[in-house]
Design a binder for this molecule. Structure first.
Ligand code: GLY
Length: 355
């Protein structure tokens, strides 16, 4: 079943007569369109995508399940919307309450006088969590390229090379292989590795540094996301102790991820394992997030989200320990949930590398 058919089935089940999809990640999920402006009107048995003239040809190429049309002079977007809503016979239109601005909502209500707008939860958010076989295959491909990028980086790591130079190597690697980064890569070394999302700097790598690489790429709009930490030169006992405990948390949590388990409990498990060495106090973020058309796709493995894991979901698992003045370790893999457990999609080795 296509993503459009899944959405139409869900609209019928919830008695939603028509939906306007304006969140670009949802537009891409629904249609495959990757431009920067697109709005989709969907009813239980029809729909169309509206874009602007920058993307007319791209939309014709990418959007195959629905007609795509272009608005432009002399009509404004809202006037064009009014015409299309009328032609589709829509009188009640649900809109994404977390996406549409108050300004747009007020303008639409003023212009489309015969239409009732219903600000509502985004029904796609939930559907996006469970991936189709085709989506899983694309994430898997993106994971393979991310693994290859880490392999390449090993050849570039040496004392004196800067974090920014390694960042450049990552960006160039993905470009050379027909891909793009799925988020700004993280390269942090020494004490800077205690910044979970540190921005790469001109700091050169020094012997005795932890170096954390967090990177991923996109294949046909689908993302990968992998993190590894290495040591430049020889690891100390403290390096090994912290690393081994993060690794134990990561592998144990991956083993625990299966259908029916609550994501909140897996997050808790990571903290319990880190606390065997009094390290949970240095783990401030959640254990993982969904992965798909967005690097932070729908879903979180977190102490605040009480939801069971389902077959077809793709999760990152990424415990970390960040000790100011010392450094940090994060180990992250991507896994897809199967009937019996999960399959790991990223395969770069996880033993502590001393380079
Ligand atoms: N790996 C980057 C992120 O989770 O934001």
């Amino acid at each position: 079943m296509s993503n459009l058919q899944r959405l139409q089935q869900s609209l019928k089940a919830q008695s939603i007569p028509a939906l306007m999809v304006s969140n670009l990640a949802n537009v891409q999920w629904l249609t495959g369109f990757t431009g920067s402006f697109g709005v989709v009107l969907v009813t239980s048995d029809s729909g169309l995508m509206i874009t602007d003239s920058r993307y007319t040809v791209q939309a014709q190429e990418q959007v195959t399940d629905l007609p795509s049309i272009t608005y432009g002079s002399p009509l404004s977007f809202v006037e064009f919307l009014q015409k299309q809503v009328g032609e589709l016979g829509i009188s009640t239109l649900h809109i994404d309450e977390n996406q549409v601005t108050v300004g747009s909502y007020n303008q639409w209500k003023k212009t489309l006088k015969g239409t009732t707008f219903v600000p509502d939860e985004d029904p796609i958010h939930k559907l996006r969590k469970v991936k189709s076989a085709a989506e899983i295959a694309l994430v898997q491909e993106a994971c393979q390229l991310a693994d290859a990028c880490l392999e390449y980086l090993l050849t570039q790591i040496k004392v004196g090379v800067t974090e920014n130079e390694l960042l450049y190597e990552i960006e160039q690697f993905f470009r050379k292989h027909g891909s793009t980064i799925s988020f700004p890569p993280i390269v942090v070394s020494g004490e800077r590795s205690a910044r979970p999302h540190g921005v790469p700097s001109d700091k050169p790598l020094e012997s005795g540094d932890f170096v954390t690489f967090d990177l991923g790429c996109k294949i046909k709009g689908y993302c990968s996301d992998i993190t590894r930490t290495i040591v430049v030169g020889r690891a100390t006992e403290r390096h090994k102790e912290v690393y081994d405990q993060v690794l134990k948390a990561e592998t144990t949590c991956i083993d625990a991820l299966k259908p029916g388990v609550n994501g909140r409990d897996v997050d808790k498990l990571a903290r319990q394992i880190l606390d065997e060495k009094e390290l949970a106090q240095y783990f401030g973020h959640g254990l993982g997030h969904g992965l798909g058309t967005l690097v932070h796709d729908s879903g979180r493995l977190s102490s605040t989200i009480d939801e069971p894991i389902e077959v077809g979901q793709i999760w990152t698992v990424e415990p970390g320990v960040y000790i100011e003045g010392f450094g940090g370790v994060r180990i992250e893999d991507d896994v897809v949930i199967t009937e019996t457990g999960n399959t790991i999609l990223t395969h770069f080795p996880k033993e502590l590398l001393e380079l």
